[in-house]
Ligand binder design. Structure first.
Ligand code: PYC
Length: 310
């Protein structure tokens, strides 16, 4: 039996797995991720794939931290594989740990495979995350994306790799989500065929589109396609971090200045940054999460989909 608590952050679901998970050896978070990927990937599939999960869900496996400051280690994953960090997920984990009575309001640290994040639980539902170092890696990359033609974007790291397009040829309207997903998949294919990657050849697995359809209380609206093909219902914490890194790089947002990022379904994150060094920033993302269910995932002998629908 796998014990989980589900929450959503601006509509994007997070499933915290707190009991019945795989027996990982308490090594570094990177090593635990390696072990999970190579020896116990069926746990990711069982908890996230249908019929127990759904395509937009991000799993957050609680594990032993190595860094003594940290209240927990956490490995994030989705329907396709593993994430470095996850902003909406970290907000969901903080609210869930408080719901479980494991943390009080105040400052805590979570260890992820890509670094330690500082989490401030402001209320039972509101969380501020100081994310990992974020930076703009490639500027004004031109891609040929038929039938849309030339599309220009930036490559940035915000805890995951993003290709950010400022002027989406498809309007960022909720009713256009299927077309925005289609366009994002074409961009992803073009990145692969033109050999464009993040640092050290890492796959750019998130596509983030922007345009000027914004509600009055936001600075920008985004659409983010996640690696497994689902769109992010939230404004995407790591995507907002990548956006801030690009704005900082271009001198369009100053340290400490607030930025309200709106999602395609109208959720908001409030963000700002401090400068880490000339090329990188530390973003802070504030959002709200709500616990929606507590469940025991059952795996009954004879169930043909005991490890999910592949
Ligand atoms: O909030 O960072 C995020 C995120 C990544 C993928 C889905 N949400």
């Amino acid at each position: 039996m796998i014990k989980v608590i589900d929450s959503h952050t601006a509509g994007e679901p997070t499933r915290v797995i707190y009991d019945g998970g795989p027996p990982l050896v308490a090594n570094s978070l990177e090593e635990q991720l390696h072990q999970l990927k190579n020896e116990f990937d069926e746990y990711r599939q069982a908890t996230i794939l249908e019929p127990r999960g759904m395509e937009a869900m991000v799993g957050a496996l609680l594990c032993e931290p190595k860094d003594e400051r940290c209240v927990t280690g956490v490995i994030f994953f989705n329907n396709r594989g593993y994430l470095g960090m996850c902003g909406h997920g970290a907000i969901g984990v903080a609210v869930t740990l408080h719901h479980m009575g494991r943390i009080e309001l105040g400052t805590h640290y979570f260890e992820t495979p890509v670094g330690v994040v500082c989490v401030e639980l402001l209320t039972a539902n509101k969380v501020s995350i100081k994310n990992v170092e974020s930076y703009c890696y490639l500027e004004n990359v031109e891609l040929n994306v038929p039938p849309y033609g030339r599309i220009t974007g930036n490559v940035a790291w915000g805890g995951n790799w993003f290709f950010l397009v400022d002027e989406s040829p498809v309007p960022l309207l909720r009713e256009k989500i299927p077309q925005l997903s289609g366009l994002s998949n074409l961009i992803k294919n073009a990145l692969v065929s033109e050999g464009i990657t993040g640092r050290d050849g890492e796959e750019i697995d998130h596509i983030e589109l922007f345009d000027n359809h914004i509600s009055s209380n936001a600075d920008s609206r985004n659409f983010v396609l996640c690696p497994g093909g689902a769109y992010d219902r939230s404004p995407c914490g790591t995507g907002t971090s990548a956006k801030l890194a690009c704005l900082a790089h271009k001198g369009l947002l100053q340290p400490g200045e607030f930025w309200i990022q709106e999602s395609i379904i109208g959720g908001h994150f409030k963000a700002c940054y401090e400068r880490e060094n000339t090329n990188s920033i530390i973003p802070t993302i504030v959002g709200d999460a709500f616990v929606v269910s507590e469940a025991n995932l059952l795996q009954v002998t004879g169930d043909p989909f005991i490890w999910g629908i592949q």
